[in-house]
Design a protein around this ligand. Structure first.
Ligand code: DC
Length: 228
C-alpha cells in the first residue's frame, strides 16, 4: 500500500472543475475521480429505489447495502449493478444529488469509497465540494476553482444536455450552490490552504497553465516523468 499523490479540486457547480481536472490528470498520467458523479448517481438510484431522503431509516438501510463502482477510465458510474453513467448529466440529477449530499449518512458512505483511491501509489486528481476539506485534508495540493454565476451558467449550458435557458440555468445553479454551501455536514467552503483560482476571465488553457505551474512546484521529482 503506497500513498497516492492527491490533487484536490473543489468549487461550485458549472465552474469547469471536470474539464480542468480531466486534462490535468491526462497530462500527469494520473487518475481522474469525479465525486459529483457519485452523488448524482446516488440521487438517481435513491429515487429509482423509491427511497425518500427525509426517511432516515430507509436512507440508512439503502446506504448500508450500497454497491458503488466508479470506473475512472471510462467515466462510468454504477450503483447496485445499474449503469448511471449517461443519466447523471442533467440538472435534475444535480438537484437530487445536492439533496442527498446534505445527508450525513450519504456523505459518510460516499466519502469512505472516495478514500479508497488514496492508497494506490498513483497520482489522483479528485474533484468535488469537500475534497480538500474533508475527503483528503492531507492532500498534496488543493485548489478552489471559482467563476461568476453568469459565466458558470453559460459553461454548464455549453455542455448542452438540459434544454434550459441561461436564466433558468443560473437559477438552478444558485439554488444548488445555496444548498451545498449552507448544509451542516461538509458545506462547500474554500479552505485556507487551498489555492484560489478565479476563472471568470480565463479560457481553459490559461486555467490549466495556472494549475500546472502550482502542481509542478509540489510534485516529487520521481513523479514528473509524464509532464510535458
Ligand atoms: O459537481 P457536480 O455538479 O456534479 O455535483 C453534483 C452535486 O453533488 C452538487 O450539487 C453537490 C454534491 N457534491 C457534494 O456534495 N460533494 C462532492 N464532493 C461532490 C458533489
Amino acid at each position: 500500500m503506497q500513498r497516492s499523490f492527491i490533487i484536490a479540486v473543489d468549487g461550485p457547480g458549472g465552474v469547469g472543475k471536470s474539464t480542468v481536472s480531466k486534462k490535468i490528470a491526462r497530462k500527469l498520467g494520473g487518475l481522474y475521480v469525479d465525486t459529483g458523479a457519485m452523488y448524482r448517481a446516488f440521487g438517481l438510484a435513491m429515487r429509482d429505489a423509491g427511497v425518500n431522503p427525509d426517511d432516515d431509516d430507509a436512507l440508512t438501510e439503502f446506504c448500508s447495502n450500497l454497491d458503488i463502482i466508479y470506473r475512472a477510465d471510462e467515466n462510468g458510474i454504477f450503483i447496485n449493478g445499474l449503469d448511471y453513467s449517461e443519466k447523471i448529466r442533467t440538472e435534475e440529477a444535480g438537484g437530487l444529488a445536492s439533496k442527498a449530499a446534505a445527508k450525513s449518512i450519504v456523505r459518510r458512505t460516499l466519502v469512505a469509497y472516495q478514500r479508497t483511491f488514496g492508497n494506490d501509489g498513483i497520482i489522483v486528481v479528485m474533484e468535488g465540494r469537500d475534497i480538500g476539506t474533508v475527503v483528503y485534508p492531507e492532500a498534496d495540493i488543493k485548489f478552489f476553482l471559482d467563476a461568476d454565476a453568469e459565466v458558470r451558467a453559460l459553461r454548464r449550458l455549453k455542455e448542452g444536455r438540459d434544454g434550459l435557458g441561461v436564466k433558468d440555468m443560473k437559477k438552478a445553479l444558485a439554488a444548488r450552490d445555496r444548498q451545498d454551501s449552507t448544509r451542516k455536514d461538509s458545506p462547500l467552503t474554500r479552505g485556507d490552504d487551498a489555492i484560489y483560482i478565479d476563472s471568470t476571465n480565463c479560457d481553459i488553457d490559461e486555467v490549466i497553465t495556472l494549475f500546472m505551474t502550482h502542481i509542478k512546484k509540489r510534485l516529487p521529482r520521481e513523479r514528473t516523468a509524464p509532464l510535458d
